[in-house]
Design a binder for this molecule. Structure first.
Ligand code: PBG
Length: 341
């Protein structure tokens, strides 16, 4: 039928078929850009499910190797390890964080041997080790985290993890000055090739809830709300977030991270414009859990919502995405499925 209207520019011409849409797709997910966060725990017979994170498990160091092999087989290049420690290992100082025979050090050693080509990222923060669940040691009055004493411990922790074989250390604590201190200690101890992936704009977010269950930092804090507002960023403050991230760049961070990802796409985009460093975005536990929870109710389509959430993060300008969906998405990409969001 001849149109009664003159519409010379018609956007729908470029959306007509699957083939055309696929050719014109502007943003792509690649397995090599996805980083799998993994929880590690000693003494497990079988991998242990994390209650608030469907399809996510805690692995003992041997099971971790098998899991990482299967990730490697679908193209995942990097994993980020998080320890889940029993309460008896925790104290107010997070002392076990410096144990060179501790869980993460052992896991890193085994993994490096089994899969030398895998990039191993380890978190540098004290929350899995402290009896109060905070990311650092507390001041005398117990009311707040002591910045400089914490930085001192974190730098030693980074060195110990680098000794164990970590490729990238990832300070996730948001203390002031830790990137410079870690760089200095690494360099003084022969670890000039170990990179720093700094959690440089990490917000004081409610979306970390399931993670705190997974590593047990919430149960360490007991019934008290674990308030990290004196070190993590206010969700309302984009300018402060950019300042903090750019400060990490001047202190020598090799890569910058924004966390959470989905609720902070504006920060990723603005940081992308201000920095030439690679940018990682962390789709955190709560972002993962909410998609699964709605899918379990039949309210959202799991795969489509997952793909759209990841596409949004990639589109915002992130080079790398830490996501609990990494393994599944990479497996689908390896089979040749299109991930288009
Ligand atoms: C703490 C840390 C947190 C996460 C990674 N490292 C949570 C927190 O600040 O309590 C969150 C990751 C997630 O929610 O998936 N050092």
């Amino acid at each position: 039928m001849k149109s009664p209207y003159s519409i010379p520019i018609r956007m729908r011409r470029l959306r007509r078929t699957d083939g055309i849409r696929s050719m014109l797709q502007e943003t792509h997910l690649r397995a090599a850009s996805l980083i799998a966060p993994i929880f590690v725990k000693d003494g497990l017979k079988e991998p242990e499910p994390v209650a608030s994170m469907p399809e996510v498990y805690r692995y003992n160091p041997e099971q971790l190797i098998d899991h990482c092999r299967s990730l490697r087989d679908v193209g995942i290049q990097a994993v980020a390890l998080f320890p889940c420690n029993p309460p008896e290992l925790k104290d107010p100082f997070g002392s076990a964080a410096l144990d060179s025979q501790g869980l993460i050090a052992r896991a890193v050693g085994l993994l490096k041997k089994a899969l030398p080509e895998m990039t191993i990222i380890v978190d540098v923060a004290l929350d899995p080790f402290t009896s109060h669940g905070h990311d650092g040691v507390l001041k005398e009055d117990g009311m707040d985290v002591d910045n400089d004493r914490t930085v001192h411990v974190l730098a030693q922790m980074a060195r110990m993890l680098a000794d164990a074989g970590a490729d990238w250390v990832a300070p996730s604590d948001m203390m002031d000055g830790r990137v410079a201190a870690i760089r200095e200690v690494l360099d003084q101890n022969g670890h000039t090739e170990v990179s720093i992936l700094s959690y440089s704009a990490k917000f004081n977010s409610a979306y970390y809830g399931p993670f705190r269950d997974a590593v047990g930092s919430q149960s360490a804090a007991g019934k008290n709300y674990l308030n990290k507002a004196t070190y993590q960023l206010q969700p309302s403050n984009p300018r402060e977030a950019l300042r903090d991230a750019l400060l990490d760049e001047t202190e020598g961070a090799d890569m910058l991270m924004v966390k959470p990802a989905g609720p902070y796409l504006d920060i990723i985009t603005r940081l992308r414009e201000r920095s030439d460093r690679p940018i990682a975005a962390y789709q955190v536990s709560g972002e993962y859990a909410q998609i699964h929870a709605a899918a379990m109710q039949g309210w959202l389509d799991l795969k489509r919502t997952r793909d759209e959430s990841l596409m949004a993060i990639a589109r915002s300008g992130a080079d790398m995405i830490l996501t609990y969906f990494a393994g599944n998405v990479a497996a689908e990409l390896a089979k040749g499925s299109q991930i288009s969001g």
